[in-house]
Design a binder for this molecule. Structure first.
Ligand code: MN
Length: 736
């Protein structure tokens, strides 16, 4: 974590102390007697030492001392050579001229990926002190990790940085210590690395609350000798009692750590001299029966403190943690805590489903995350049992939070979005207005398309423009339901506005046709008429007209009957081209993002699924959908505001009636061959008729009315029929 200081002058010789420490690392690795390529670790050391040769730590020692110590920690954790090499190389990409490509060429894909991962984790700075952000940060770090070794190296790196934090400025110390306490210690805990976690916590404690730390450690130190002596004494006494009662048991004893004592002080709002159970003992026996037997023996020997007996054996915690807890007091007034469990319960508590961290963090109920962490932790434990675990670890690709992505605002706020989210989702997560007026986005300073898929750890900047409105296209790629709802809402509002405008125009024109005008019509009359159709305001009426749920004639005829005999309402003219096609029950069509509208295929062209189409708001009959090639479209579209975007909806059994005219030279077997082609495609034939040639040399026309699934099927059938030798032409007629 220390910024390397460039050192002018020639490359200094490798420090003797450094070399000696490196030899110790080699010895550690050789002692494993594994088949690991120690030569690669060797090359990694010299490569890193060379690249860091001009750099020193704030402490004054060669920079290389840091990666070397990190490698030692990893070797002590019994991790594989990839981890150790990554430990040696982990700062070369961030702090020297080395590149990931170079590392890949020299040390292979595995090491390169791990070094890259550690480098990326290092760039994610914890910039907030908000509690709820800490949890997201922990998840982010784990989510960024596709290889668990990256986290392990990062933890070792952090541990060494914490051990050497004294050389930094107080401000940096505080920042790093806070990050360690909030982010890294909990991660270590979850991964079952209790030892590292304890050390990280105690170190962070010493920097964050130096006075309290001093006080607690001084107190613990003052009691250490007495406590250790007492612990030994009690352990022996316990062992003896168990033997006498023929309870097979092993005893573990420990003194509480400074940070855990401190937390207890805070939690219980008590003074140091009131913390009695600085000592804790564990009795591990063979059976549930003997757990209770041991409890009886202990209570027989020492006086139990009331209300401190907890039976998690009969009633396990939600995370399956099981143990008997009791606190007792000696005749001399000394108190200590005892936990009693079977070997099996012990294993579960130590290695199992993060029972430990959940117990301490007072969580309830296992969830999906717990299960993933438990699995991860299990993997870490398995690999420590293996002698040569490289293959095992390298085959491991983890994705801890596959349904989420974690990104930052420019101010460092962490935003959690569904995986696959885009800058639009991010913008809506910031603020509805930011989402609605979003016109562009930068990711880590680089402009990206709005449909760009965000990755963990990226920093986003959203560009907005006043007066901009969300586009319907966005619905095609946004991932968060928040963005989706907001976009739909504003599109619907805009469509409704447009429908109202159209509705008003329609009504006005219809009124004019009947020699009156909207102005001359009484609003109350209109509303009274509209009321029967469920519209209580003029805007509802206009919208109903605009969406085509209502015809202006329906309204006007009501008014006419009531109060305006001067209005002549003619019978509804037949607008054949717009009449709903009653042969097709429910057309698989949708007006984009509008649910409540009548929609049908125009009879003039009968478009079929897959064909380019356009919608047209008719007078009072909903939306007519025409093929873009329909000759009527040109005529209809002079009223541009009536145009509306439509698209085909997926509908499993949709069938479209279409009429094909086949022009052929007369042949006896022709109908058979045509129906053969159609039945191969499972096309239903509704009607066949044929007309003899008009001229002696002219073709015979066979008209087929068929039910097709989509335009692709139409193309296939047309092609096959055209390929018949005696077929001159196949054409599709719009009308059925
Ligand atoms: Mn480092």
């Amino acid at each position: 974590m220390a910024t390397p200081n460039p050192l002018p002058g020639p490359t200094p010789e490798l420090d003797a102390a450094l070399l000696k420490r490196y030899e110790e690392l080699q010895e550690k690795l050789r002692a494993r007697r594994s088949t690991e390529p120690i030569a690669d670790v060797d090359r990694a050391f010299y490569f890193a030492a060379d690249r860091h040769s001009h750099q020193r730590r704030k402490s004054g020692e060669p920079y290389m001392a840091h990666p070397l110590e990190v490698a030692h920690l990893l070797a002590d954790m019994q991790l594989d050579w990839v981890c150790v090499a990554t430990g040696l190389l982990h700062d070369t990409v961030e702090d020297t001229s080395a590149t990931v490509e170079e590392i890949k060429a020299l040390f292979g894909q595995e090491v390169a990926r791990c070094v890259d991962g550690v480098t990326k984790l290092g760039r994610v700075g914890y910039r907030s002190s908000e509690d709820r952000q800490a949890e997201s940060f922990r998840k982010l770090l784990l989510a960024m990790t596709q290889d668990i070794r990256v986290v392990l190296v990062k933890l070792a790196d952090r541990l060494h940085n914490m051990r050497t934090l004294e050389h930094l400025k107080p401000e940096r110390q505080r920042h790093i210590a806070l990050e360690t306490r909030e982010i890294y210690a909990p991660i270590a805990l979850r991964l079952g690395m209790g030892k590292i976690r304890s050390e990280l916590e105690d170190l962070a404690f010493s920097y964050l609350e130096p006075e309290a730390y001093q006080e607690v450690t001084r107190y613990l130190e003052s009691r250490r000798e007495a406590n250790e002596g007492f612990l030994e004494e009690i352990s022996e006494a316990l062992e003896k009692k168990m033997r006498e009662n023929e309870i097979p048991a092993r005893i573990q004893g420990r003194l509480k750590r400074p940070y855990s004592v401190y937390r207890k002080l805070q939690r219980q709002r008590i003074g140091l001299d009131e913390v009695y159970d600085l000592l804790a003992l564990r009795v591990i026996t063979d059976s549930k029966k003997n757990c209770y037997a041991a409890l009886g023996v202990i209570h027989d020997e020492w006086r139990p403190i009331p209300d401190r007996i907890k039976d998690f054996v009969a009633m396990p915690r939600p995370n399956l943690y099981q143990s008997l807890h009791t606190s007792v007091i000696t005749d001399q007034g000394q108190r200590f805590e005892v936990q009693i469990r079977t070997e099996e319960m012990h294993q579960m508590a130590e290695e199992g489903i993060c029972a430990h961290w959940k117990y301490k963090e007072q969580r309830t109920g296992p969830d999906a995350e717990d299960r993933r962490i438990a699995w991860l932790r299990q993997l870490v434990e398995w690999q420590q049992d293996l002698n040569d675990s490289t293959d095992f670890l390298s085959s491991l690709k983890i994705d801890l939070y596959p349904e989420e992505v974690y990104v930052f605002t420019p101010k460092g706020r962490l935003i959690v979005l569904p995986r696959g989210s885009t800058p639009i989702d991010f913008a809506y997560a910031i603020h509805t207005e930011v989402g609605a007026t979003c016109v562009g986005a930068k990711v880590d300073g680089r402009i990206v398309p709005l449909r760009y898929q965000l990755s963990n750890g990226e920093m986003l900047e959203i560009m907005t423009q006043k007066g901009r409105e969300p586009s319907a296209d966005w619905l095609g790629f946004v991932k968060s339901s928040r963005a989706r709802h907001k976009i739909k809402a504003s599109l619907n509002a805009r469509r409704r506005e447009r429908a109202e405008e159209i509705g008003q125009k329609i009504l006005e024109r219809e009124a004019r046709r009947h020699k009156t005008s909207l102005a001359r019509l009484d609003t109350e009359d209109l509303l009274a008429a509209a009321h029967d159709y469920g519209c209580s305001q003029m805007s509802d009426l206009y919208a109903a007209l605009g969406y085509g749920r209502l015809t202006p004639r329906q309204i006007l005829s009501k008014i006419e009957r009531r109060t305006h005999p001067e209005i002549e309402v003619e019978p509804e003219p037949t607008e054949e081209t717009h009449e709903p096609n009653r042969a097709a029950p429910q057309a698989p069509l949708i007006v984009r993002d509008v649910d409540d509208v009548i929609i049908y295929r125009a009879r003039c062209c009968n478009p079929i699924s897959g064909e380019p189409i356009v919608g047209y708001v008719t007078r009072g009959k909903g939306v007519a959908v025409h093929s873009k090639q329909c000759p009527n479209v040109r005529n209809l579209m002079y009223e541009a505001e009536r145009r509306i975007e439509v698209e085909w909806a997926a509908m499993a059994d949709a069938r479209f009636q279409t009429r094909l005219s086949v022009y052929v030279d007369d042949r006896p077997n022709i109908i058979n061959e045509l129906t053969g082609i159609l039945s191969k495609e499972s096309v239903n034939i509704v009607k066949i008729d044929s007309r003899a040639a008009a001229a002696p040399d002219g073709p015979t026309v066979i008209n087929l009315t068929v039910e097709l699934t989509d335009v692709a099927q139409l193309d296939r059938i047309t092609r096959r029929i055209s390929q018949l030798p005696y077929v001159r032409e196949v054409s599709r007629s719009g009308r059925i």
